[in-house]
Design a protein around this ligand. Structure first.
Ligand code: HEM
Ligand SMILES: [Ca+2]
Length: 617
């Protein structure tokens, strides 16, 4: 097996990986360490800090003044919110490392995160299909929506900072070092450590103790920021400034970007090609890159239509109106098709996610940091990527690629004379993603972002390490908050976790009150047919309710100045992801429910969509 061979030849000591492992700050002024928004006053009452075109108001690019009383709610660059006080060891910034079993006289450390990954999250076989027949497209679409909502930048480390270096391991304020035991099946041949860089932080505005908090680089609102960017400067790179269009490149793919450093397209197989999108992570996986491509095309498809209907509209007006429609489609698909498969219907109704929409100006849509962990569904990562084609009347797999050859490899889209993009899409709709509570396959636990020198990455460890980096409190507090269940002994977890999982947790953790948030969440037994346990569902539903109720521009708004007409809204509500895919790819057949592999394939002509004729001015 190729995987074995790679493992055996990797004898070099662990070096810093040349590409980024996590996401970098795009705006260097944000590295200052002070929160620029603490003292900044922005007046949203007039037009000057908002976005009016031809007298009509649209979203600002940064999300500023979406909330008119609190200009920075949900805006790019603002701090993540917290549901509890921080759990940093020093209350300020030192990572959470201490077990509750320690005393004033004797500190007991939490288990190493790679040890937790090995004991709790490992599976030695590629996981079987999930019982609900969720498609790989469901997985990559969730990632696509994640990238509309949250991106937490890394701190100001030098590219060659080696956090495993014995002196820096202690000294560099930007380093976390994950210990690797000699007994580690996979990573031990590379050394005793792998490095993770700490997230960028700012000093909290109201706190004088020196407490530091993480920020969101992008707009939290579901507004298509991964397509349009989260600042005017980012958008200017993407717009063609002709007839409302976004730039594209050969075969109607996204424009090519320059430089691979920040853009996560440094796969050893094909480092040359890199696409430019509104979010720098667009190249991290071809499944994701395909969704970016489809929605960029959807923008241009809608813009062309609006331009024809409204000869008097200029580039700016067409652009803004199209962006408004595309954001509405994303919101509709997320709430109508995606969330009902993430959450059990009991959570959808309890949190009012399908209730009548009414804007609530006291709701802050900014990202709750605990949600950030609750939505890291890396345990659904498919082990392989299939490329598929329509053969006769059925969709068949043409090739099966190991994930380590596919991460950061957008070049797949141009393969086969540009049929790559269609083949990737058909492949992820045709095949099912794996799902077992809390287990991660080798692709994400050992082979993520594999480098030529054998370096790679364990996403389970990193997720746990990230929680400690952020001073995120342990899982048990959230079980208490969401479920009203007090956790003091292991058996208290029995209502949320299987006996097997509890036994695995006990191998590494000294106390159930030590269990890290991400680990506790992904190992919960999922509710009903959903993919999330009770506490995870609570965090996810809370955030998505805020993204809806706290968004003044939500597509279902009844505000006279912002709303779609009744006709337009009823057209928008006909939109399905299947229709968007049919409209923007060279495919003749699709599943009406793109997220379910038990749905049958139908001819694209039988899938209805929205009529844009209602957009004549
Ligand atoms: C090809 C598939 C994927 C890859 C390679 C990937 C990789 C990563 C990496 C490297 C990080 C940064 C981890 C850190 O340093 O803390 C991350 C963060 C994250 N991932 Fe994924 N991921 C994938 C799919 C997904 C999916 C499907 C979801 C959601 C269902 C998701 C949700 C998240 C979230 C919420 C974060 C935190 C984002 C932030 O605020 O920076 N990921 N992912
Ligand atoms: Ca956004």
């Amino acid at each position: 097996k190729p995987k074995e061979a790679k493992r055996d030849t990797r004898t070099a000591s662990r070096k810093f990986m040349s590409g980024p492992r996590s996401h970098k700050v795009t705006d260097p002024t944000k590295l200052a360490g002070e929160d620029p928004f603490c003292d900044l006053k922005v007046d949203c009452s007039g037009a000057s800090n908002r976005n009016f075109v031809d007298g009509k108001e649209y979203r600002t690019q940064s999300g500023q003044c979406n909330n008119l009383d609190n200009y920075k709610w949900g805006m790019a660059g603002v701090q993540h919110k917290r549901l509890f006080e921080n759990a940093y060891d020093d209350g300020k910034w030192n990572p959470r490392r201490k077990s509750v079993t320690g005393t004033n006289n004797e500190i007991v450390l939490l288990p190493g995160t790679r040890n937790i990954s090995n004991a709790v999250h490992a599976t030695d076989s590629d996981k079987p299909l999930n019982k609900e027949s969720l498609s790989d497209a469901f997985f990559y679409f969730m990632q696509f929506i994640t990238h509309d909502v949250t991106k937490t930048p890394e701190g100001d480390h030098k590219t060659n900072d080696d956090c495993c270096d014995s002196t820096k391991r202690i000294k560099s304020p930007f380093c976390l070092a994950v210990n690797v035991e000699e007994t580690d099946d996979f990573f031990s041949s590379l050394g005793d450590c792998f490095d993770v860089h700490r997230s960028f932080t700012v000093l909290d505005c109201n706190d004088t103790s020196g407490f530091r908090n993480q920020i969101n680089d992008i707009t939290a609102y579901i507004d298509g920021s991964m397509l349009y960017g989260s600042s005017g400067a980012e958008l200017n790179e993407l717009r063609s400034f002709i007839a409302g269009f976004l730039k594209n490149s050969t075969a109607n793919l996204m424009p090519e970007g320059v430089g691979t450093e920040d853009m996560e397209c440094d796969n050893v197989e094909d480092p040359a090609l890199c696409f430019l999108a509104g979010d720098t992570r667009a190249n991290v996986h071809p499944g994701l890159t395909t969704f970016h491509t489809v929605f960029m095309r959807e923008h241009n498809r809608v813009a062309a239509y609006l331009g024809e209907l409204n000869a008097a509209w200029n580039d700016d007006r067409i652009f803004q109106e199209t962006r408004r429609i595309v954001a509405a489609e994303l919101q509709h698909i997320t709430f109508n098709e995606m969330l009902p498969k993430v959450l059990d219907s009991s959570y959808v109704s309890k949190y009012g996610l399908s209730a009548f929409y009414s804007y609530n100006k006291s709701v802050d849509a900014s990202v709750i940091q605990e949600f950030n962990f609750g939505f890291r569904f890396h345990n659904l990562m498919p082990a392989v990527l299939h490329l598929a084609e329509l053969v006769g009347s059925s969709v068949e797999n043409m090739a099966t690629l190991e994930q380590e050859n596919v991460f950061q490899h957008p070049g797949l889209l141009v393969k086969d004379n540009y049929r790559g993009v269609d083949q990737v899409l058909l492949g992820i709709v045709a095949n099912g993603c794996p799902f077992i509570n809390g287990l991660m396959n080798d692709a994400s636990r050992n082979f993520l972002f594999l480098e030529e020198n054998g370096d790679s990455y364990d996403l389970a460890s990193v997720n746990i390490e990230r929680g400690r980096d952020w001073g995120t409190p342990a899982y048990y507090l959230y079980r208490q908050l969401c479920g009203g269940v007090t956790i003091s002994v292991w058996t208290d977890l029995a209502s949320t976790h299987s006996a097997d999982v509890i036994a695995d947790l006990q191998i590494v953790y000294a106390s159930p009150k030590d269990v890290d948030l991400w680990t506790g969440l992904v190992t919960e037994t999922a509710v009903g047919t959903s993919i999330a346990g009770p506490t995870m569902s609570c965090l996810i539903a809370t955030q998505f309710a805020n993204l809806r109720n706290g968004d003044r521009f939500w597509y279902e708004t009844s505000n006279a100045d912002l709303k779609f007409t009744t006709d337009q809204l009823s057209e928008l509500k006909k939109v399905t992801l299947a229709r968007v895919l049919c409209d923007n790819l060279d495919v003749a057949t699709m599943r009406k429910d793109v997220f379910s592999i038990s749905d049958s394939w139908v001819d694209c002509s039988t899938i209805s969509g929205m009529a844009l004729s209602f957009w004549t001015d």
